[in-house]
Ligand binder design. Sequence first.
Ligand code: FEO
Length: 408
Amino acid sequence: MKTPDDPLELAEGVYWVGVIDWNLRDFHGYETPRGGTYNAYLIVDEKVTLIDTVKDQFSGELIENISRIIDPSEIDYVVSNHVERDHSSSLPAIMGLCPDATIISTEKGKTGLLGYYEIDGCANWKFETVKTGSEICIGKRNLMFIETVMLHWPDSMQTYLKEDHILFSNDGFGQHLATSHRFDDEVGSDAMDEAEIYYANILMPFGSRILKYVEQLHKLDIPIDMIAPSHGIIWRSCPDKIINAYVNWASGKTAPKVLVIYDSMWGSTELMARAIAEGVRHTGVEAHLFHLRKNDWSMLVKEIMDAPVFALGSPTMHNSMFFTLGGFLTYLKGLNPKGKKAVVFGSYGWGGGATKQMTENLEKFKVELVEDALQIKFKPTHDDLQACQELGIRLAEIAKSESNDTLN
Ligand code: FEO
């Protein structure tokens, strides 16, 4: 009978040795209300191989998990699929226990690790660099490496365990979800929901590369029975499902809906936002209203990825857009959503400025503005609200004609 201390085995001799970060609420600005995990994997063969590590605050737990299976000094290879510190910052602790182990990474991965861990003595670490198609025999099994440049860092790669058909995909196909379960068939739709938010916040800028990556996977013609990412649950019930979802997201598939995203000082911009959403609703098209200080921006970004058109509203404060709009537009610019249409709206007291600033920002990252900004002074009149509703109706028509409605 299994005990709580038994390590989780994905296949014979292949173990999950990662950690669950139940309290993770912010991942470099990406809000993570459901926590997260850092997944590391141990393959026990003639050569013992650790695939990725975890955030350094959890290095003790990683070492404990490994120690339940083997003495960490027996590790021969440490595969570093990606240098970002959530996967690499326990390397100094691990390498302290197995100083003769060889680190496997891409050339850029090696450069990154040497840059990050100079103070931790990385000059003494042994490295072997790999490219797409490189293989390493670890005994009865072989590892093959696939470079995934800019998915999402220059150094990124994935590792394929040939005999067991397991793809260790690092950030790719991950999700920020803390759960006591480890597999997709144990968590219902949560895994796919969080995978979409993860994709939107981490991988959205790289859609064309994702499509090429999937093409490359098909060309390599490798059977994949399990996708084991470095965040969240492991895809074992139908790995193709998450690959196909990535293709949909990267292709810009959208649903017929209109988002109204806004902030408000004294309620005038909110009245406008509600009237726009009401106009959308009258047409039967789905409308979503999001106050910027009352919603997670990571989820909002996912909504923008799914919608063909959005309205962005701000009051004018000190001749500028409201500060939350500035922050949100900066976040959105980095994620570079493609093929979106938008309109801006807002209220002002003695002088405008917000709609002009929002327009300039959206134009910079090539969001197509479908109409001139809708501005009102002080509080919207009945006629102003009528104009907002009519705007909502026009946005709904755009949503209907632009969406391709085949998400997931
Ligand atoms: Fe999970 Fe790019 O780090």
